[in-house]
Ligand binder design. Sequence first.
Ligand code: 5GP
Length: 222
Amino acid sequence: MHGQLLVVSGPSGSGKGTVVEFLKKTPGYDFSVSVTTRAPRVGEVEGVNYYYITNERFEELKQAGELLEFTSFCGTSYGTPVSEIKKAEKLDRALVFDIETEGAANVKRLRPEAILVMLIPPTFQELERRLRGRKSESEEKIANRLAKAKQEILLFGNYDYIVVNETGGQEEAAKVLDAIVRAKICLAAGGPKNKADEELLAFVSKFETKSHPDVVEKFFCN
Ligand code: 5GP
C-alpha cells in the first residue's frame, strides 16, 4: 500500500486543471476532493470536483480539526478534509492534490513524504496569452491573475519538481507527473532493480528543482 501523496500547484493559466484531469484517468490515481465555499462552476460536480459547503460549515470543520490544511484564495475558503488523506492510506494508489502554494507548503510540513510539483507555462508571455485567450475577463482581472501567478511561481523553491506545461502538452506533462510518482515508489522500495528503473530515475531527475534552478529565470526572461 503506497498511498503516495502528489501535490500539484500552478498558477491560473498553467493548464493545471487539464493535466490533473489526465492524471485522474491514469490507473493508480485518486483525487483529493477539497471543500470550498464557492459555488460550483458549469460542469463541476459535487463530490467529484469539490464538496461545496457554506461558510458556517467550513468554520465547523476547521474548529473540529477535520481539515488537514485550509486557505483563503480570492475571497473563497478552500480546505483538504483529513478524511481524504485517510482514503489514500488505505489504497494502493497515489492521491493527487490540486492546491495552491500555501496549502502545498502545509501538506509538506505535515507529510514530508508528499511530492510537491509546480506546473508552469513555458514563458510569461505564453501565460499572458493563455489568460487573455479566455476573453471572459476584464483587463483588471487579467492583471491581478498575472501578478498572482508571478508571486506563486516565485515560490518554486518549496517544490521538489518543476514541470513546464508546453502549449498542447498537457498529456505529456501528466506522463511526467506519473513518472515522478513511479520513481518515488521505486526508491521507497529499495531503489532501481533493472535498466527500466534506472532510466525512469534518470528521466525524472531532469525535472528536479535543484537540478534546473534556471527554469524559472528562463520563464521570466522569455
Ligand atoms: P478554483 O476555484 O479555480 O477551483 O481554485 C482556486 C485555487 O484554489 C487553485 O489554485 C486550487 O489549486 C486551490 N485549491 C483548491 N482546493 C484547495 C484546498 O483544499 N487547499 C488549498 N490550499 N488550495 C486549494
